[in-house]
Design a protein around this ligand. Structure first.
Ligand SMILES: [Zn+2]
Length: 412
């Protein structure tokens, strides 16, 4: 692989009929662009002030004229093009740049001097030549999260029963169905994350330090103990549901789905919906993709948030918790009759959330009100058909009740 660095003026890179057409900002090892408008505005401001913008890496493809895959820097490039195209303005409260007002400016309405400065700003681009796909992937991984993958190699060299157990999990058929390869032991890493989640019985940080800790603390891990059995049971369900290769099962999805399926097995009577779970997930992913094609103003804000959560810090507890809740809620809306094992009386957090959103936070009981809007911390999830009369604790049989109506209705 040859590399050479060259300064590339924004004006040249952005010319719509020029090289721009031959730069691919979304080659398949990249994640979708996720920058918010304020991040884009900040980049433009950085350029207008002639501050430093980090290097970009492009892979030159051996065709004439040259084409490029952006290995690193796609969000920055898209933000620059978006600004040139007039997709967004600078914020109304933008500070002056060298005495010139930029507040609310588009590229077209920028003061001339600043537009020239923007056009002539030279991006540092490292061009990778004579590379093959594997080398580029390697480079990308190093730029993005190489350290985390190296870390798994180190863990695989650690002694103890946890390492053995995790290695054995990667032989599970589920890992033949996923959409990510085992480059640099990614399967081991995901398997270790699943064990980590199971040990905590729910979402928890599954970063390298957390994984290292379980390898160290559980050197005498019982491979026939309850945690090991629970992991195998959930992997078994995943394998049963995803009976063939499923490219939608990306790394971050495998983790969130693990949590969702573990929870389903723990709490719900799922036999009747098992054959439909695969279809549900594919539909969920199709919905996500169609939402990602919409621009910020038209996309559902919940899906915008979801997209952020699958794009950064996907190994953080908060992100995993959000994704698991989001998926479970979606699932319960699709299968509203899904009941808890042994029909327990209390609704789960996720069931409540599904009911709350479905009813648009509006009281459905209307004994004392005419359908008032309730807040999350002050409402009751009511059984339409009373639990005492055989009503199930399901999303279908749940409804929003305001406190006054709930009191008037009496016990359920
Ligand atoms: Zn009411």
């Amino acid at each position: 692989m040859k590399t050479n660095k060259k300064p590339w003026p924004i004006g040249t890179v952005s010319h719509v009929n020029g090289i721009r057409k031959r730069i691919d900002t979304n080659p398949d090892f990249q994640r979708p662009a996720v920058w918010s408008t304020s991040q884009k505005q900040l980049l433009v401001d950085t350029i207008l002030r002639e501050y430093d913008v980090p290097k970009m890496y492009w892979r030159k493809l051996g065709t004439t004229p040259d084409r490029y895959d952006v290995v690193d820097g796609q969000q920055r490039l898209r933000a620059i093009w978006g600004f040139v195209d007039g997709d967004f303005k600078l914020p109304k409260d933008a500070e002056v740049v060298d005495g010139l007002v930029t507040a609310g400016c588009t590229y077209e309405t920028l003061p001339d001097d600043l537009r020239v400065r923007f056009d002539t700003y030279a991006l540092d681009v490292v061009i990778l030549e004579d590379t093959d796909e594997d080398e580029v992937r390697e480079m990308f991984l190093r730029l993005q999260n190489g350290t985390s993958l190296k870390a798994q190699e180190k863990r695989n060299a650690m002694p103890g029963a946890m390492r053995q157990f995790v290695r054995s999990l990667t032989q599970h058929d589920f890992f033949n169905r996923v959409g990510f390869s085992n480059t640099r032991f990614t399967h081991d890493q995901v398997a270790a994350q699943m064990v980590c989640l199971e040990l905590a019985a729910g979402p928890v940080n599954v970063k390298n330090a957390d994984l290292n800790r379980i390898y160290e603390l559980h050197q005498d891990f019982d491979v026939n103990g309850p945690v090991a059995k629970a992991v195998r049971r959930t992997l078994g369900l995943l394998e049963e549901v995803f009976f063939d290769k499923t490219p939608e099962l990306e790394r971050y999805n495998a983790i969130a789905l693990y949590c969702v399926f573990a929870e389903l097995q723990r709490m719900y009577a799922i036999a009747s919906i098992k054959p439909e779970l695969r279809g549900w997930f594919l539909e969920f992913e199709a919905r996500r993709r169609s939402q990602e094609e919409l621009d910020e103003e038209h996309a559902d804000t919940e899906w915008v948030t979801y997209k952020e959560r699958i794009s950064h810090s996907t190994d953080a507890q908060e992100s995993i918790r959000f994704r698991m809740d989001f998926m479970l809620r979606h699932l319960l809306s699709k299968f509203p009759d899904l009941s808890l094992k042994d029909n327990q009386r209390g609704f789960t957090h996720i069931q409540k959330l599904a009911v709350f959103r479905r009813d648009n936070q509006v009281c459905q009981v209307k004994l004392k009100c005419e359908g008032i809007r309730v807040e999350w911390d002050n409402w009751h999830c009511d059984h339409r058909i009373a639990w005492s009369k055989g009503g199930a604790t399901t999303v279908a049989n749940g409804q929003v009740a305001c406190p006054a109506c709930n009191l008037a209705k009496g016990g359920d």
